[in-house]
Write a protein that binds this ligand. Structure first.
Ligand code: NAD
Length: 318
């Protein structure tokens, strides 16, 4: 049988590329005929490339059978259009969770001790000493609030609990019994783990708040002015999930008014984050920003890319 014609909207990593060339009639960006991906693709692969309603309408009328996504968040696809067209979309859940969870921990530590803020001063020629009001926070025993108890939220909780002997509060109204047992098994001890049924309770009680929900209509602006006002003044807020889950304007005002301690941000409405796009956030010492690098480790990229190709191979080979 002829190999399925598969287009990848982004370049592939070496191992995944070899597998894809072997099994598919593969076309990559810049290769001959790439511009006909909407008309010719039987299989489509993408990481962050945006696939709009208009794209889906052409794809659905043409030859498309499966889409495979490298990574977890599928908000770059018009999901309503895919559903209406009956086109299945596969992603790579869990494969990059470790890398993202490790970055979340790094951002928490950085904000708590203001490492990047102090480093920025030193590089700007300002002499900083520990007497200059740069007191940080000890994390031991701090209460960690996890919003979204999937693959990444679980690893952040597990590592934070193990490292800092910290109690964990989870808010996830969709968590099932099996997942809940996994949390209870990993985070043991009296009062060490608590599932709350209202986000407000978590926001009031947590010292660290780490976001691990997908971006959907119901999580957009999940954390806005009202929610930030519920947090402790000492709270550290971390978003390695998606831009738009936090209302960025409200967060900038809250930081300027010292209503929370600081924020670590890897996801933005406008990516990559820049001085032009975020002048207010850039004025705040206690903000650390990274440009969506959560899954950007060599291992995570190789693994998610291979997993994306494997899913498509399995789908075509039924
Ligand atoms: P996952 O699907 O395993 O977990 C998501 C969890 O969020 C689920 O348990 C779900 O029940 C819960 N949830 C959904 N809506 C909720 C709501 N309104 N309130 C509370 N909980 C809710 O996904 P994951 O692998 O843990 O990834 C989480 C998110 O992280 C992804 O959706 C993606 O957007 C983002 N992500 C970012 C990077 C990065 O580079 N920074 C990399 C990978 C994933």
């Amino acid at each position: 049988a002829p190999k399925p014609r598969v287009f990848s909207l982004e370049p592939l990593h070496s191992e995944a590329l070899a597998l894809a060339r072997e099994r598919f009639d593969l076309v990559l960006p810049g290769e001959h005929g790439f511009e006909r991906w909407r008309q010719e693709a039987e299989g489509l692969m993408a990481r962050n490339a945006v696939v709009t309603r208009e794209d889906v309408e052409v794809l659905a009328k043409s030859r498309l059978r499966y889409i495979s996504k490298q990574g977890v968040g599928v908000d770059n696809f018009d999901l309503d259009a895919l559903k209406a067209a009956g086109i299945p979309l596969m992603n790579t859940p869990g494969v990059n969770a470790r890398a993202v969870a490790e970055l979340a921990l790094g951002l928490i530590l950085d904000v708590a001790r203001q490492c990047t803020a102090i480093d920025r001063k030193i590089r700007a020629g300002v002499a900083v000493t520990k007497k200059d009001g740069w007191a940080g926070q000890t994390l031991e025993g701090k209460t960690m609030g996890i919003v979204g108890g999937g693959n990444i939220g679980f690893l952040v909780a597990k590592m934070f609990h193990a490292a800092f002997d910290a109690p964990i509060i989870l808010y996830d109204p969709f968590i099932d019994d099996e997942a809940l047992r996994k949390w209870q098994g990993a985070i043991r001890g009296d009062g060490a783990f608590r599932l709350v049924d209202a986000l407000d309770r978590l926001l009031e009680q947590a010292d660290i708040i780490s976001l691990h929900v997908p971006l959907t209509k119901s999580t957009e602006n999940l954390i806005a002015d009202r929610e930030i006002r519920l947090m402790k003044r000492s709270a550290i807020l971390v978003n390695t999930a998606r831009g738009g889950i936090i209302h960025e304007g409200d967060l900038a005002i809250a930081l300027a008014e010292n209503r929370i301690f600081g924020a670590g941000l890897d996801a933005f409405v406008n990516e990559p984050p820049s001085l032009e796009a975020y002048p207010e956030l850039c004025r705040e010492d206690r903000v650390v920003m990274t440009p969506h690098i959560g899954a950007a480790t060599e291992a995570a990229q190789q693994d998610t890319c291979r997993s994306m190709v494997e899913h498509l191979v399995e789908a075509f080979e039924g």
